[in-house]
Design a protein around this ligand. Structure first.
Ligand code: XIL
Length: 530
C-alpha cells in the first residue's frame, strides 16, 4: 500500500468520528483507481493489507481501499435513526434498493417522480458517500404500462427512460447499473425473454450509449447474478459483454451480484479468476449485491453464523485481492430489512442483526476487506495420488495410476457411466458446520467436461449430491476445479464422499485422471475488538 494512502486513512479515520472513513473524491469514489493487488499470483498466499491496523475507527469502509457499499431501504433510512447512523458510519457507497428502478420513477407515461431518489442522493452526499444508480434496463419492477408496448415502442420508451433518468442525476452519481440480469438461467443461457430479448444486443448497447450521452462521467455497468464464479452463465455473460463492446457500448464494468448461500458458493480462486477475465476486457468489476443465506444448511444459529462469516470473508477477500475490483456492496446491511425473507425464506443473510449488532459475518467481511486470509486445516493427505492409498472408484470403472502433474495421478478407466470416477471417502473426517475448500486438477482422455461432486448419505433422508465445480477438460493439460461448500446434517452422515465424474463424449466414456486434490476446512480468524 502506498504510504500516502496509509497516512490519509490515519488522518481521516482519526479525525472524523462518526461519518464513514472512505474516500470522498471530487467525483465520489474516484480515488479507488489506486487499488493494490495483495496477491498478484492468483494463489492463496499473501500477507494481506495493513489498512485495518492503521485505522483508528474500525468500520467496514476503513478496512480497505475499495468502496464498501450497501443497498438502502429508504423507508428505514427515513424512519429508523440507528439504521441511518450505521449506514453513515460503516459504508461509503450507496445503491438505492428500489427507488431508482423504472416502475417507481415513472409509474405512468410521462409522469416522473424523483422525490425519493433525490432525497437519498442528498443524504448520501451529506455523508460523503458515493451513489450507484440501479437499474435502468431490467425485466422486473417496470411500470405496468410498458407491458402494452410493441418492440419498437419499447425501444423508444427505454430511450426516454434512460435519457431522462440519467440526465436527472447527471454529475451526482458515480455509476449506473445500465443493464441488469440479461442472461437467463436455462440450458444455453440465452438472452432473457422480455425486455432484454426485445432490445437484443444492439438495443442494450444503445442503452449504454444513451446513458453515456446523458452523463459522460458516470461509470456504466452490466450487472447480473450467478455469474460470480466460472460456470456456463458467467461464460454467457462474458460473451454478452464482448458483444456489447463490439456493438460500441461504452461499458466500464461488470457487477457480480453475489446472492449466495452457505450451502455452496464459488471459491476464492474461482471468484478471482472470473474477475480477472472480465478485467482483461478492460473493465472494472464489483461485488454488487452480496448477501449470504444460512438456512439451507441445518445447524444452530451460532453454527450458521460461523459459516456465513467465512463466506463473507472469502468474497471480500476476492475483491480486496483483485486490483480491478473497485467496490463491494451488500444488499442491505441489517437482517431487519432483507429481500431474502420475502423472496427465499426467513433468514439472516446480512452482517448486522435486526438490532444492529455486528454479527460474525461483519468480522468476516471486515477481515476479508482488509485482505486477511482464512486459516485452513487439511482433511486428508490422500490428494497427491502418488499411490492409490485412500482412493477408490465411485460406483464403477477400474482404478489405476497414470501420468500425473509431477509424478503419478489417479486414473479411472473402463468407465460405463458419467459418475464412474476416482473418489475419496471423507466419512467421519468432517465436522458438522465445517466449510470446506476443495481444489483438484483433472484431465480427460477425450475433449469433454469434468465435475467434482460431494455425495452425502444421511439416515432417513434422500441422498444429497452437491456440485462443487465443473469445467472443460481434455488430454492436453490439467483443469483446475475448486469450490467451497458448507456441510451440515441432523445425524452424522453414513457416507460422505468426494468424487469426480464426466459425461460420455461421442458415446464413449474417456479415462478420467485426478491429481493434487486438497480438502481444507476453513476457519475464520478470531474477532478483533471493535
Ligand atoms: C430486490 C429488492 O431488494 C426488493 O425489495 C424488491 O422487491 C425486488 O428487488 N437483483 C437486483 C435487485 O438487481 O434490484 C433486487 O432487489 C434483488 C435481485
Amino acid at each position: 500500500m502506498p504510504l500516502d494512502r496509509t497516512l490519509s486513512l490515519v488522518v481521516m479515520c482519526s479525525t472524523i468520528a462518526v461519518v464513514s472513513c472512505g474516500q470522498a473524491a471530487e467525483r465520489p469514489g474516484d480515488s479507488v483507481a489506486s487499488s493494490v493487488e495483495l496477491s498478484g499470483d492468483g494463489g492463496e498466499t499473501g500477507t494481506g493489507s495493513t489498512i485495518a491496523e492503521v485505522c483508528s475507527v474500525p468500520t467496514l469502509a476503513c478496512a480497505t481501499n475499495k468502496l464498501v457499499g450497501a443497498a438502502v431501504n429508504v423507508e428505514a433510512l427515513d424512519n429508523v435513526p440507528t439504521y441511518a447512523e450505521v449506514l453513515a458510519r460503516e459504508f461509503d457507497y450507496i445503491t438505492p434498493e428500489n427507488v431508482m428502478k423504472w416502475g417507481p420513477l415513472q409509474p405512468s407515461p410521462g409522469a416522473w417522480d424523483f422525490s425519493a431518489a433525490d432525497a437519498l442522493v442528498a443524504k448520501a452526499a451529506a455523508n460523503g458517500q458515493s451513489v450507484k444508480g440501479h437499474a435502468l434496463v431490467w425485466h422486473r419492477q417496470k411500470p405496468g404500462w410498458v407491458a402494452t408496448l410493441d418492440d419498437a415502442a419499447l425501444l423508444d420508451a427505454v430511450h426516454a427512460h434512460v435519457t431522462t433518468t440519467v440526465e436527472h442525476f447527471r454529475g451526482k452519481l458515480r455509476a449506473w447499473d445500465v443493464v441488469n440480469e440479461a442472461i437467463d438461467d436455462y440450458g444455453a443461457n440465452a438472452i432473457r425473454d422480455g425486455i432484454h430479448s426485445a432490445l437484443q444486443v444492439s438495443g442494450m448497447a444503445d442503452a449504454f450509449k444513451w446513458a453515456r450521452a446523458a452523463d459522460p462521467e458516470a461509470k456504466l455497468f452490466y450487472n447480473d447474478y450467478g455469474i460470480e464464479g466460472l460456470n456456463s452463465k458467467s461464460d454467457a455473460a462474458y460473451r454478452l459483454v464482448q458483444d456489447l463492446i463490439a456493438a460500441g457500448a461504452p461499458i466500464d464494468g461488470v457487477g457480480f451480484q453475489a446472492h449466495f448461500s452457505t450451502k455452496s458458493y464459488p471459491s476464492l480462486t474461482a471468484l478471482r479468476a472470473n474477475m480477472r477475465r472480465f478485467a482483461a476486457l478492460g473493465l472494472s468489476v464489483n461485488i454488487s449485491e452480496l448477501d449470504v443465506r444460512t438456512v439451507e444448511v441445518p445447524g444452530t444459529r451460532a453454527q450458521r453464523r460461523a459459516a456465513q462469516a467465512i463466506a463473507y470473508q472469502e468474497v471480500a477477500s476476492a475483491c480486496a485481492t483483485t486490483a480491478a475490483c473497485e467496490a463491494l456492496t451488500t444488499w442491505g446491511f441489517t437482517d431487519a430489512y432483507s429481500w431474502i425473507d420475502d423472496e427465499y425464506a426467513p433468514d439472516d443473510p446480512l452482517p448486522f442483526t435486526e438490532l444492529y449488532a455486528k454479527k460474525p459475518a461483519y468480522t468476516g467481511l471486515r477481515a476479508g476487506l482488509s485482505g486477511t486470509r482464512l486459516q485452513t486445516t487439511s482433511v486428508t493427505s490422500a490428494g497427491s495420488c502418488e499411490s492409490l492409498t485412500g482412493w477408490s472408484v465411485f460406483a464403477g470403472g477400474t482404478l489405476g495410476l497414470g501420468a500425473g502433474r509431477h509424478g503419478m495421478a489417479c486414473r479411472v478407466s473402463a468407465r460405463t457411466q458419467a459418475y464412474h470416477g476416482p473418489s475419496l471417502a471423507l466419512t467421519g473426517k468432517v465436522q458438522h458446520g465445517a466449510t470446506l475448500r476443495v481444489t483438484a486438477h483433472a484431465r480427460l482422455g477425450l475433449a469433454g467436461s469434468v465435475r467434482m461432486t460431494l455425495k452425502k448419505v444421511e439416515d432417513g433422508k434422500p441422498d444429497e449430491y452437491l456440485s462443487l465445480a465443473s469445467g472443460a477438460a481434455d488430454s492436453s493439460g490439467w483443469t483446475l476445479l475448486s469450490g467451497n461448500v458448507t456441510l451440515g446434517w441432523q445425524t452424522a452422515p453414513r457416507e460422505l464422499v468426494l468424487y469426480f465424474e464426466s459425461p460420455a463424449v461421442g458415446g464413449s466414456y474417456a479415462n478420467l485422471f485426478v491429481d493434487d486434490v486438497t480438502i481444507q476446512v476453513l476457519s475464520r480468524p478470531a474477532a478483533t475488538p471493535m
